[in-house]
Design a protein around this ligand. Structure first.
Ligand code: CP
Length: 329
């Protein structure tokens, strides 16, 4: 369990975290040791969160800026709570109401935030790759809070943290991710952490949303299969993660109708009964209850969806702590 160091006490080399990355952009390049470090640090942060006064001054003097070009509830709020719980100064910016509306470029915005004193910038952007561009153009640490259809690393890490707390070692465990895999940054980032943990992953959805090209790509990864049949996929599963189904997918002709999608791919009690006893139900949120997940399952005994959200604070505290501490001279 991590002991959060008294900020007044000098760091000894033995206490120094083994985190060296300036940025956290995706999970695909994280080593097992780095993933383990984040999860162990998050356990310590959970303990901090459970204290009567759930605050420490470890990041006093650190400035964290959240820069969101897209809507968010969980990611933005939990990063803010996480940063404040560690004693950091927090500034929240959205594209709406900022100089982005006057045409300021992403690079100019990031450089402006650095000039203001940002140490870490948590960034969400609708375009895949935007945080990578930002990271190349600033000395501030960039944390990807979700970019286009590409990656959502902190979501995958909080998902992994939640899975491990319930299911323990994931080696050999069967995890089903069902829904719009094609457009899901959550599915993509989860795939890397799950494969690194030794889990067997099944990606499931209509052929238009889990295309053959993806199937051939993931088949090279091993321990990852693709299917269009949820009833088969869910049989014997240890963990079932439903993804949000955006109504626009129907307008774009990717699913025939929401009614047919529900019939084939909703995670409901009948299907969940085929999973292993004690199987976990997860969802990154926001949920469309009654579409990709039945309300009784979303709020049932198997669901750890609210716990995912709560764990998001501890995991994001861990990430902020590791990244900010690694920047100290
Ligand atoms: N899971 C997730 O990213 O939720 P928000 O869009 O509310 O941040």
């Amino acid at each position: 369990m991590l002991e959060l160091r008294n900020p007044e006490a000098p760091a000894s080399p033995a206490e120094a975290p083994a985190w060296t990355r300036k940025d956290l952009l995706d999970t695909d390049t994280l080593s097992n040791a780095e993933i383990q470090l984040i999860l162990e640090t998050a356990e310590g942060m959970r303990e901090v969160r459970n204290r009567p006064v759930a605050k420490v001054a470890t990041l006093r003097g650190v400035t964290v800026i959240t820069l969101f070009y897209e809507q968010s509830t969980r990611t933005r709020a939990s990063f803010e709570v996480a940063a404040k719980a560690l004693g950091a100064d927090v500034v929240n910016l959205t594209a709406s109401g900022s100089s982005v509306e006057k045409g300021e470029t992403l690079i100019d915005t990031i450089r402006t935030l650095e000039a203001i004193g940002a140490d870490l910038v948590v960034m969400r952007h609708g375009k895949s790759g935007a945080p990578y561009l930002a990271a190349r153009n600033t000395a501030a640490g960039i944390i990807n809070g979700g970019d286009g259809t590409h990656a959502h690393p902190t979501q995958a890490l909080l998902d992994l943290f939640t899975m491990r707390r319930h299911a323990g070692d994931l080696a050999g465990k069967r995890v089903v991710i069902v829904g719009d895999v094609l457009h899901s940054r959550v599915a993509r980032s989860n795939l890397w952490t799950l494969l690194a943990s030794g889990a067997d992953v099944t990606l499931c959805g209509p052929a238009t949303l889990v295309p053959r090209t993806l199937a051939s790509q993931v088949s090279e990864l091993g321990r990852c299969t693709v299917t269009t049949n949820l009833d088969d996929a869910i049989s014997g599963a240890d963990i079932v993660m439903a993804l949000r189904m955006q109504k626009e997918r129907q307008e774009k002709g990717l699913i025939p109708s929401l009614r047919e999608y529900i019939a084939g791919y909703q995670v409901n009690a009948r299907r969940l009964a085929k999973a292993r006893p004690g199987a976990l139900v997860m969802h990154p949120g926001p949920m469309n209850e009654g579409i990709e997940i039945a309300p009784d399952v979303a709020h049932g005994v198997a669901s750890v969806i609210e716990e995912q959200v709560a764990n998001g604070v501890a995991v994001r505290m861990a990430i902020l702590y590791l990244m900010a501490t690694a920047r100290r001279p």
